[in-house]
Design a protein around this ligand. Structure first.
Ligand code: GLC
Length: 482
């Protein structure tokens, strides 16, 4: 770290930098990633591994601080873990997948990496988000270092292509969104987010955009064409069908059901009675709105999911107007979404019978705990990035101040519980790396907003946007149908 940096940072920050340094994992003598949590007081389970999604905020910080080697090593080694051949054994990871996590294993003098694609994970959850975050990280590395040679390498071009083929393959459904099982992302437990959950749609969109920039070799033209087909459809679909504000709620409240054929207005046959519309009528600010958690056949999950909404702003998936409305909602409903620890992973929590049925009585996800309405400091960096993008940096500053008063004393917990986030998470690990990096990255983004392009996107190119107007549910074109 530079001398200037040391002068301007406070004790909490300097301790955070030290903790980050301690979290680095080495492989064959080279730094390769950061451990999920360094907490000796509790059984490690898989928290002693490098998680792809957890490493994102660490990696962005390393890039910002001029230490790209660890990020390059991470990208190179995780790419080697990606299966390259068609898999005949259904219990083995499919071609193109990137693991959820990996660890360094020693056999005598020999070191090697052991990956977990979900086959060891609790409930055997599939890490759909890993391959999407991997592409976003590769782009951030290239934006930061201008090391185009890395991404030009055949194995990198192949790696991106395999991920795209996996995501763009023809499936049973005819939506431009990605159909996934429950718990396939940051919320990696059963939480009623199977189907087309927002978080994965947003990451998919961002990864499509990043891949379009990174696929530079001639042999990949067919994939690029498939991306160009999918991007505007996906964009229009989310902007249109996931959006909730008071006008939209009014429309849904008065929706007719059972419409057959191409003229249907209520495309997904959403029954207003499935929505907590009186609650939303009270909760939605006049000028606020957000993207729903999930949309599918007769299903609209109206829970607010922070990661999806914030990344939708950062990746430019939300329109400028929608982005402002989302930030406005966060500001107006601060006590519900940020309160005493930034910020809630989702709101509101599932309670009573709904909790039992949807989570399968998961004791870790009781109402207002962990994934079910808990508060996760890692989300602070996304809140800050979204605040920079929408010119509302005062919101991020307020959030950072709240977190800064507690995180070090509480020893960087993984998450907080309670309606206001005042309770340290019941089963939270301490020294959780992405808590540390979420805080540090938020600070860096405030200090220097020019770091935002590492992870953000501008508007879709005009020629692609115009295609969005042709959007019709039935006209979805996908890669392998070409
Ligand atoms: C938990 C979280 C997951 C995270 C992992 C490691 O499983 O739900 O999002 O990646 O811990 O921190």
């Amino acid at each position: 770290m530079q001398l200037d940096d040391l002068i301007s940072i406070n004790n909490v920050e300097s301790q955070a930098w030290e903790a980050l340094e301690k979290s680095i994992i080495y492989y064959q003598g080279r730094p390769i990633g950061t451990v999920a949590a360094y907490d000796k007081s509790i059984e490690a389970l898989n928290y002693d591994q490098v998680f792809i999604r957890d490493f994102v905020s660490s990696a962005l910080l390393f890039l910002i601080k001029g230490k790209p080697d660890i990020v390059r090593n991470f990208l190179e080694e995780t790419l080697k873990l990606q299966p390259k051949d068609r898999q005949l054994d259904a219990y083995k990871p499919g071609r193109g997948l990137i693991p959820a996590s990996f660890k360094v294993v020693c056999h005598g003098e020999q070191e090697y990496l052991e990956a977990d694609f979900g086959e060891h994970a609790i409930a055997r959850v599939t890490p759909v988000d890993s391959c999407l975050w991997w592409i976003l990280l590769l782009r951030a590395y290239v934006v930061s270092t201008k090391d185009f040679a890395l991404v030009h390498r055949p194995e990198f071009q192949e790696g991106i292509r395999l991920i795209m083929e996996l995501c763009l393959a023809n499936r049973f459904d005819m939506y431009p969104t990605l159909l996934v099982p429950d718990g396939a992302c940051m919320i990696d437990r059963r939480m009623g987010i199977y189907g087309h959950p927002l978080e994965l749609q947003v990451l998919f969109y961002a990864a499509l955009r990043a891949s379009r920039e990174l696929l530079i070799c001639k042999g990949n033209q067919d994939v690029v064409a498939a991306i160009d087909n999918r991007l505007p459809l996906l964009c229009a679909h989310i902007r249109q069908h996931y959006w909730i504000d008071i006008n939209r709620l009014n429309a849904i409240y008065r929706f007719k059901g059972e419409e057959y054929g191409t003229k249907a207005v209520n495309l997904f046959n959403i029954y207003a009675d499935s929505l907590p519309y009186y609650e939303l009528d009270k909760w939605l600010p006049k000028k606020g709105g957000y993207l729903a958690g999930n949309v599918g056949p007769s299903q609209m999950d109206t829970r607010f999911f922070s990661l999806g909404n914030l990344m939708a702003i950062i990746s430019d998936l939300a329109t400028e107007e929608q982005s402002q409305a989302i930030m406005n909602l966060i500001e107006e409903r601060w006590d519900y979404l940020v309160a005493d620890m930034p910020m809630k992973i989702c709101f509101p929590a599932l309670e009573n019978e709904e909790y039992k049925i949807v989570t399968g009585c998961d004791p870790k996800n009781i109402p207002w705990s962990y994934h079910n309405g808990g508060s996760w400091p890692v989300l602070m960096w996304m809140l800050s990035a979204a605040a920079v993008k929408t010119n509302k940096t005062y919101l991020a500053e307020r959030a950072i101040e709240i977190a800064e008063a507690r995180l070090l004393d509480d020893e960087w917990p993984e998450y907080y519980d309670g309606k206001k986030g005042r309770l340290m998470g019941k089963q939270a690990r301490k020294n959780q790396t992405w808590t540390i990096t979420g805080f540090l990255l938020a600070k860096e983004l405030m200090r220097n907003p020019t770091y935002l392009p590492l992870i953000s996107f501008d508007e879709l190119p005009a020629e692609l946007v115009s295609r969005a107007c042709e959007f019709e549910i039935g006209s979805v074109d996908t890669y392998s149908s070409r």
